[in-house]
Write a protein that binds this ligand. Structure first.
Ligand code: FAD
Ligand code: ZN
Length: 469
């Protein structure tokens, strides 16, 4: 049976795009090297018609499909399981920008376009595609939309969902839904676009998207400030929103331990401020000029210093200094990996409740694990923390992960629930949080999700075992 299917797939995409032998770890092993699967074949279609034909062939044989873009997802949703029975559908060859409409401020990109290439296409036209994350050199628009990715500009421009006006999707039956309209208003019934965004490949395959573009700011400037407490970081956020309005495009927070890991593992990176319990990174985008941006920052930070909200501050004097500040923030994931595996949580909370959440959860974790170390950093402006729990110094990280992950997840997620938060802010559910979703998601919502899955994918072949069971 699988030989028949493989022959049909070869007939659709060509022999060279059906891979079954050799080292397939680029597709079978996830970015964190936590999940290694085995694919029946890696299939690489070159256009939407081929994707539809592949889906139909798999459906006829009852074979399940795992869509994949850049394979940078962090929840194990984009690699096949270990059964050797799933087809890995790579969208990487579908990487054309089909169209750019300056007057409508839209761009149509195929799913396999790398995010950086989309940013570049917008930039070449004097416009901005603001979705931005550390994986932008490898992740794809299809993956960004399938996971409703966030990143560092959500505060001003919203997440991937807010930047998508239309989709082209191959359904589980192998039909093509042409929904690429670049309309900002369209009230013609249920919003199918929003259903596929964030569905992590479980409802259909995204093959192209119409993306919203923005005007480029005249100047972008970065600053850092130190705070004695996270509550003061939240106060600074309120002050910055009040004074800078829509000019505030980034607001990231990093605890002292996060930056100490960067100092230890990347000593060549200069840290502009002395160590403090919390360091905040602010980005200001100004539509007038650099001088106006600087005035905005000086006014804000001067005021915050006077009020005692911050202890110290530095405004980047050049583009290079600005990059250094962002580089520090973006180096935290790598620095923590070099320190050893840790237990990751990508959580969202109402900004107002973040200080109380952190105090309560840190207390509970310290009672459970003496000497526990918290790599607590993230997009404070969006109420999104990467709240990662590192083994105490001297304890083997892999053993810690194996023995304590379940218990620690409970402590963190119970506190998230108690503070009105979400167990996944931007990375999705995948396999990593599938079981926890059942515990922490509203039961009625889960029931509706299962009904939708059954209606759109009655054979259960689209990325099975991920998100909802
Ligand atoms: P993949 O990993 O290939 O797939 C992710 C999921 O989407 C899988 O479930 C897959 O089946 C599905 N999928 C992929 N393509 C399609 C398609 N065309 N149609 C249907 N389903 C599809 N995420 C954030 O939100 N914010 C961050 O700041 C951020 N920073 C990161 C930093 C690093 C260093 C890394 C490694 C990852 C980061 N991520 C972040 C996570 C990841 O980059 C994003 O989730 C990204 O959007 C995934 O894109 P991808 O193309 O690599 O998707
Ligand atoms: Zn993030």
């Amino acid at each position: 049976m699988s030989a028949d299917l493989l022959n049909e797939l070869v007939a659709v995409v060509g022999q060279s795009h059906v891979l079954t032998q050799g080292d397939l770890s680029a597709w079978e092993l996830d970015w964190r090297k936590r999940w290694r699967g085995k694919a029946l074949a890696v299939v690489r279609p070159g256009n939407t018609g081929e994707v539809a034909a592949v889906v139909r062939a798999c459906a006829a044989h009852g074979v399940s499909l795992v869509p994949q873009g850049g394979n940078t997802g962090l929840v194990g949703g984009g690699v096949p399981d270990a059964s050797g029975t799933q087809v890995l559908l790579s969208l990487a060859r579908m990487n054309r920008i089909r169209e750019l409409d300056r007057a409508n401020l839209t761009l149509v990109a195929e799913a396999g376009c790398v995010l950086q290439a989309v940013q570049q296409a917008a930039d070449d036209a004097g416009l901005l595609f603001p979705l931005s994350l550390a994986a932008e050199g490898s992740c794809t628009i299809g993956g960004n939309l399938a996971t409703n990715a966030g990143g560092t500009q959500v505060l001003r421009y919203g997440n991937a969902r807010a930047l998508c006006l239309g989709l082209e999707v191959v359904t589980a039956a192998g039909d093509v839904w042409q929904g690429l309209s670049g309309l900002r208003k369209d009230n013609t019934g249920y919003d199918l676009r929003d259903l596929f965004i964030g569905s992590e490949g479980t409802l259909g395959v995204i093959t192209a998207a119409t993306l919203a573009l923005h005007g480029k700011p005249a100047a972008t400037m970065t600053a850092m400030a130190s705070c004695a407490t996270l509550a003061e970081g939240v106060t600074l956020l309120g002050l910055a929103q009040q004074r800078l309005g829509a000019g505030l495009t980034g607001f990231e927070a990093m605890n002292a331990f996060s930056l100490s890991l960067v100092a230890r593992h990347m000593p060549q990176l200069r840290q502009p401020l002395p160590a403090a319990p919390w360091t905040v990174l602010l980005e200001l985008s100004d539509n007038e000029s650099e001088a106006h941006a600087r005035e905005g920052f000086e006014g804000l930070l001067g005021d915050a210093l006077e009020r005692g909200t911050i202890g110290d501050a530095a405004i980047a004097e050049s583009v290079a200094q600005s990059h250094t500040m962002w580089h520090l923030r973006e180096s935290i994931p790598l620095a923590q990996a070099q320190e050893g595996l840790n237990i990751k949580h990508d959580i969202a909370l109402p900004v107002s409740r973040i200080p109380a959440f952190c105090e309560a959860t840190q207390g509970a974790l310290e009672r459970a694990v003496s000497g526990v170390r918290l790599v607590n950093f993230g997009h404070l402006g969006d109420g999104n923390l990467h709240y990662n729990v590192q083994a105490p110094a001297g304890i083997d990280a892999a053993v810690f992960l194996a023995e304590r992950e379940h218990e620690i997840n409970h402590i963190v997620y119970d506190a998230v629930a108690a503070h009105g938060g979400s167990i996944s802010a931007e990375h999705g559910i995948g396999v990593l949080k599938r079981d926890e979703l059942v515990q922490y998601k509203d039961a009625t919502a889960l029931g509706l999700m299962r009904s939708l899955k059954a209606a759109l994918d009655p054979q259960g072949l689209m990325n099975p075992g991920r998100v909802v069971l």
